[in-house]
Design a binder for this molecule. Structure first.
Ligand SMILES: [Ca+2]
Length: 474
C-alpha cells in the first residue's frame, strides 16, 4: 500500500511538473567497455555463431550505434579519450601502456564534484604499465583514485579468470570469470549508493575478450567446432554478455533502470587470427586506422529519455562521451579542458541527425584518419604527403581510393586534417594546461615486473597462468 501511494504521488508530481526531456539528469551513470571486441562480435550484427542475448536486449531497449568509433585503435589511448573527451595524443597517451597526464581533466573528477559517488572496476591501463594486469599500487600517482574515482578495484592492464585485483591498494584474489567478478562488485557499489540516496558513476572496464583467452567449460560449449584460441575467446564473450544481463537485471531489481544512463562499447576493433572473424566485413583489425581497427559495437540505454529504441547511422565516438555527460549531468563547461574533440550527442536521443557538424579525427602512432560523415581521409604516415580517401557509405570496406577522382573533397579534408594535427602538436607541448607546459614530463611506458614495490610478490605470482610468461626470477 505504501509502495502504491509512493507510485501514485510520484505519478502526480510527474503530471504536475512535466519535465522537459532535454533537462533530465540521470541518477546513475554506468560506462561499460569491452577490451578488443570487434564490430562484428554481436548477435545483432549477424555474427555467424556468437549469441549475445543480453546485448541484444539492451540494444532493443535503447540507442544502438552502427557507426561508433573507438577514439584510437588500441587500449590505453581509447581509455584516455573516454575520460577526457579529447583525442589520445593531446593527453599524452600516444600508445598502449603510456600514462595519462595528471594535468588532464576527467569525467570522474567532474561527476564527483557534482555529487556523484564514483568508482572504477577492472582494467585501467592509464598508469603507464605494460605487460599483464597487476593490482595497482595504493600510492600510484596515476591510479584511478588520482583521476577522480572515489573507490576502485582495478588492475594495470588486461586480466582474466581468477584475477588478483587491487581494492584501492589492497590486493584481493577472486575466483571465476573476470567480467562477472567486476559486474558483481559494481552492483554492490551501486546498491550501496541507491540505499544512501546518492547518485553514482561506475566505470566497468572488462578484460574480455583480450588475451589470455580463458573461459569456463560451460561457456565454450556453444562452439563445438572451434579450437583455441578462438574457442576460449568466444567463450569469454558468452560470460561477458551474461554479465551485461546481470547488470541490467540488478538495475531493474533496484528499481533504478528507468533513469540510469547505461552505455556499452568496445575500446578498439577486433583481433586477427580468430575464427569466425571479429570485424564483420570491415577492413583491418585492432591497431589499424581502417574501419576494422576503429569501428566498434556501442549501445546507450536510458529509458527515461531514449523512449523510442532505434539503430542510428550517426557517426559518433568515445570522445563524445564526456561532452554528452557534461550536458545531461549539468556539469560546468569548465569541467573539461577547452581544447576538446568530442561533441554532445544528446539530440540523437530523440531523433536522427543527418550530419555530424565537425569531422572526427583519430591520431595514433603517426597515422591519422579524419571522418567527415560519409568520407574518410587517411594518412598512414604523417608528413609523407600520402593520403587515401574513401566513401564509407558506398564503400564500407575501404576498397576504392577516391583521392584522384574526388580532388575537391580530398583537398578540403587534407587541409582540415593538417589544421587538426597542428592543434594536437600544441596540446602535446602542454599548451592546453594552465601552466602552458607538461608537468611532470611524460615518463613513457614502464613494466611493473621491474618495480621494487612488486618485488615481494613475484615469487608467489610467477606460476600464475597470466604472469608466467612475464615474470623471470634470477
Ligand atoms: Ca583493447
Amino acid at each position: 500500500m505504501i509502495r502504491l501511494q509512493c507510485v501514485l504521488s510520484a505519478l502526480l508530481i510527474h503530471l504536475l511538473l512535466p519535465m522537459p526531456v532535454s533537462s533530465a539528469t540521470p541518477d546513475h551513470i554506468i560506462l561499460v567497455m569491452a577490451d578488443d571486441m570487434g564490430w562484428g562480435q554481436t548477435e545483432y550484427a549477424n555474427h555467424p555463431i556468437l549469441k549475445t542475448p543480453n546485448l541484444n536486449a539492451m540494444a532493443a531497449n535503447g540507442l544502438r550505434f552502427d557507426r561508433f568509433y573507438a577514439g584510437a585503435p588500441n587500449c590505453s589511448p581509447t581509455r584516455a579519450t573516454v575520460l577526457t573527451g579529447r583525442t589520445n595524443d593531446r593527453t599524452g597517451v600516444l600508445n598502449h601502456g603510456v600514462p595519462l597526464r595528471p594535468q588532464e581533466k576527467t569525467v570522474a573528477q567532474a561527476l564527483k564534484k557534482a555529487g556523484y559517488a564514483t568508482a572504477h572496476f577492472g582494467k585501467w591501463h592509464l598508469n603507464g604499465m605494460r605487460g599483464p594486469g597487476a593490482p595497482i599500487l595504493k600510492d600510484d600517482i596515476r591510479s584511478p583514485g588520482a583521476f577522480g574515482f572515489d573507490t576502485w578495484l582495478s588492475v594495470t592492464n588486461f586480466f582474466d579468470r581468477d584475477p588478483i585485483l587491487s581494492r584501492m591498494g589492497k590486493f584481493e584474489e577472486f575466483q571465476g570469470d573476470s567480467s562477472e567478478i567486476i559486474v558483481d562488485e559494481a552492483v554492490k557499489f551501486i546498491q550501496k549508493n541507491v540505499e544512501a540516496g546518492k547518485p553514482s558513476f561506475s566505470v566497468i572496464w572488462y578484460g574480455t575478450p583480450h588475451s589470455p583467452f580463458m573461459a569456463d567449460e560451460d561457456d565454450k560449449a556453444p562452439f563445438p567446432k572451434l579450437k583455441d584460441p578462438s574457442l576460449s575467446h568466444y567463450g569469454e564473450l558468452v560470460a561477458m554478455d551474461r554479465s551485461i544481463g546481470t547488470l541490467r537485471s540488478a538495475l531493474q531489481e533496484m528499481d533504478i533502470a528507468e533513469n540510469t544512463f547505461l552505455m556499452f562499447n568496445s575500446d578498439n576493433g577486433g583481433l586477427p587470427r580468430i575464427t569466425p572473424g571479429t570485424v564483420g566485413n570491415l577492413r583491418g583489425f585492432k591497431n589499424s586506422v581502417y574501419e576494422g581497427g576503429l569501428r566498434v559495437p556501442a549501445i546507450i540505454e536510458w529509458p527515461a529519455v531514449i523512449q523510442t529504441p532505434r539503430v542510428t547511422q550517426f557517426p559518433a565516438c568515445t570522445m563524445d562521451i564526456f561532452p554528452t555527460l557534461v550536458e545531461i549531468a549539468e556539469l560546468p563547461e569548465s569541467s573539461m579542458l577547452s581544447v576538446r574533440d568530442g561533441m554532445s550527442i544528446t539530440p540523437l536521443f530523440q531523433k536522427e541527425i543527418a550530419q555530424r557538424p565537425e569531422p572526427m579525427g583519430f591520431r595514433h602512432t603517426n597515422r591519422v584518419a579524419l571522418i567527415d560523415n560519409d568520407y574518410k581521409l587517411i594518412t598512414q604516415k604523417l608528413g609523407s604527403g600520402k593520403y587515401e580517401l574513401y566513401n564509407l557509405k558506398s564503400d564500407q570496406q575501404e576498397k576504392m581510393d577516391l583521392l584522384e577522382s574526388q580532388p575537391e573533397i580530398a583537398q578540403r579534408m587534407i587541409a582540415a586534417m593538417q589544421a587538426w594535427n597542428e592543434s594536437i602538436e600544441k596540446s602535446i607541448e602542454g599548451d592546453d594546461y594552465p601552466e602552458g607546459k607538461v608537468i611532470p614530463a611524460d615518463p613513457g611506458p614502464s613494466t611493473w615486473m621491474t618495480l621494487k614495490e612488486y618485488e615481494p610478490y613475484l615469487e608467489g605470482w610467477k606460476d600464475r597462468p597470466e604472469f608466467r610468461r612475464y615474470i623471470k626470477i634470477q
